[in-house]
Design a protein around this ligand. Sequence first.
Ligand code: SAM
Length: 258
Amino acid sequence: MAESKPTPLEPSKLGTKAYWDALYTTELSTHTSDPSLEGTVWFDDSDAEAKILSYLSPENDDDDHPDHSPHPHNLDPATASILDLGCGNGSLLFSLRDDGWSGHLLGVDYSRQSVALAKQVAESRKNEDLKSVEFKVWDVLNGDIPDISPEHGWDLVLDKGTFDAVSLSDEKDTKGRRINEGYGERVLQLLKVGGIFLVTSCNWTETELRNWFETSTTPNDDKTKLKMVGRIDYPSFSFGGVKGQTITTLCFEKVVVA
Ligand SMILES: C[S@@+](CC[C@H](N)C(=O)[O-])C[C@H]1O[C@@H](n2cnc3c(N)ncnc32)[C@H](O)[C@@H]1O
């Protein structure tokens, strides 16, 4: 993979915390009035959540799932620890729990209102037969890693739309880079070696996501990297002779480099 940084996105309000705080304040009050209204699930029109569940299912194999390229993950639904970055209303983690993923499930979001909504939805869905899902206010770029990470890191880190949102911020980090440039380093620090990062984006193509994530290294340690090991295919469209997909989901594994 060539080490060239994709062209940065034009900043927008979706890259600001104020936007997300306002959205989740509204969704929280809507859910309080009517608990059947749980808020926005991003990329629902592409059926992303169902496809992610199917991709992660231990029964996933190529013949049954032509829209997947399989990966050699050995995640055990009974024990796998799963972190959802920018969890919004928590929908993806609730679906995983319902689908039999019974390990430690944690959703983090930098918007306090998002976490309040996810906790309120959890309360209204309460099922005595299922272990609860945990939610915390935590900033993916600035939060202390030990505050949320198991000793050796997470088995599976999920991102659905959060790298997209971060890529729309005009903020710079201490190195003077747009903040999305440091995202891969953070993911590497959160994952255990052999752990999986599954990212879903509507703003970046497969090549661009690979350029962002496969070129990231952990600060003070360039012995581990992210390597693409699979993808989920979505219906494609053709426009002006160019073939594209509405969204992209890629699967990366944290590997040790020789
Ligand atoms: C497009 S929404 C996706 C929400 C959810 N993942 C879904 O698929 O429905 C992006 C989410 O990222 C969160 N977010 C953006 N920047 C963040 C950051 N630096 N740390 C934590 N969460 C962040 C926003 O608050 C918002 O909930």
